[in-house]
Design a protein around this ligand. Structure first.
Ligand SMILES: *Cc1c(COP(=O)(O)O)cnc(C)c1O
Length: 357
């Protein structure tokens, strides 16, 4: 069998979830949208269910997958419903529902709803993606209450730049939130992973950690909470072929790397069809049988090359960690000009093996 695989450490996932709660003293919705950022939503939800205050996903399709797998905890739909016709299913399965637009308010008012909803009413406090305008927010809240179709409301907003600790935009967003919600007495939810980790003064009865659950940092610099995270996914494969080459020999498509001395090259069963970023350049870190080394040349669909020249006792069959506990996914992402969120979500084709259940 092809040796490429993703090992998922569920004990590390639980550790990171507890860290989010401990750091904030708040209730925490574990954000497991997009198949738990590539880690497998059902398995991650099962591993967290005994501890978690609830889960958050992007849409009802993702929420139904969890209910069908037997997950009974609260599940928030982060974009609410896309069509009013989803409302009966939302009620039936007790999903919590973000309301981010006036058309969704209209739909709730017009729907016949068997059981009152839990709504997370989203404010656009300055990210300008979704959320009610500050001028509409208080009236929107009153409409929810007056509809008679809503039992609980949580006041929420989302940060655009919480990963930039020297940027004042998050404080500005909090100020806009505070003004727009003045006089409303309800729980609030503001903090995503970077705000959980780096903005201890920002209030939040509910936090919404995503990337930190998977042990990756949203920051591009060292950070104290980041240092306590445990990477959950290890993407690994094996060396399936070894080449001894003299100086001056090009490697892979485009000959993008040329040996600058006599070198030993390992070919690894891993490529961009598995989700390893094609943009990762020569020099991107890898770990081979417990020793650091680097990627060489262009990543192809099913294979990539690594440098074995200065890595003793390696060869055919050596285990290569592409990211995990030794090579941080955030580091690989930075080399490839992207973020760990994207490289996790891009994972495909490789089997996921779970431990620490
Ligand atoms: C995805 C998402 C989160 C989680 O973000 P992280 O940066 O991964 O912690 C939180 N809140 C909302 C509304 C989201 O869409």
């Amino acid at each position: 069998m092809r040796p490429a695989r993703a090992l998922i450490d569920l004990q590390a996932l639980r550790h990171n979830y507890q860290l989010a709660r401990e750091t904030t003293g708040a209730k925490a919705l574990a954000v497991i949208k997009a198949d738990a950022y590539g880690h497998g939503a059902v398995r991650c939800a099962q591993a967290l269910e005994a501890d978690a205050d609830g889960f958050a996903v992007a849409c009802i399709e993702e929420a139904l997958e969890l209910r069908e797998a037997g997950i009974r905890a609260p599940i928030l739909l982060l974009e609410g419903f896309f069509e009013a016709s989803e409302l009966p299913l939302i009620v039936k399965h007790d999903f919590w529902c973000v309301v981010h637009s006036l058309w969704q308010l209209d739909a709730i008012e017009q729907a016949s709803i068997a059981k009152p909803l839990t709504v997370w009413l989203k404010l656009d406090s300055g990210m300008h993606r979704v959320g009610l305008h500050p001028a509409d927010y208080n009236a929107g809240y009153q409409r929810l209450l007056n509809s008679g179709k809503v039992a609980h409301v949580v006041l929420m907003s989302h940060f655009a730049r919480a990963d930039e600790l020297d940027c004042s935009r998050s404080d500005e967003q909090v100020a806009i939130f505070t003004t727009a919600t003045r006089g409303i007495n309800a729980p609030i939810s503001l903090r995503n992973s970077p705000a959980v980790m780096g903005w201890p003064k920002i209030p939040s009865d509910w936090v919404r950690p995503g990337i930190l659950l998977y042990g990756a940092t949203p920051f591009d610099h060292p950070q104290s909470v980041a240092a306590r995270l445990q990477p959950v996914m290890t993407l690994e494969s094996k060396v399936i072929c070894v080449r001894e080459l003299p100086a001056g020999e090009p490697i892979g498509y485009g000959g993008g790397f040329v040996t600058d001395r006599a070198m030993r090259i390992g070919v690894v069963a891993m490529g961009y069809a598995d989700g390893y970023p094609r943009q990762a350049p020569t020099g991107t870190p890898v770990f081979i049988d417990g020793q650091p080394s680097r990627l060489l040349g262009r990543v192809s669909m099913d294979m990539l090359c690594v440098d074995l020249t200065d890595v003793p006792h390696t060869g055919l069959g050596s285990t290569v960690e592409l990211w995990g506990k030794n090579v941080l996914a955030s580091d690989v992402a930075a080399h490839a000009g992207t973020i760990p969120y994207q490289i996790f979500c891009n994972l495909r084709r490789v089997p996921r093996l779970y431990c620490g259940a």
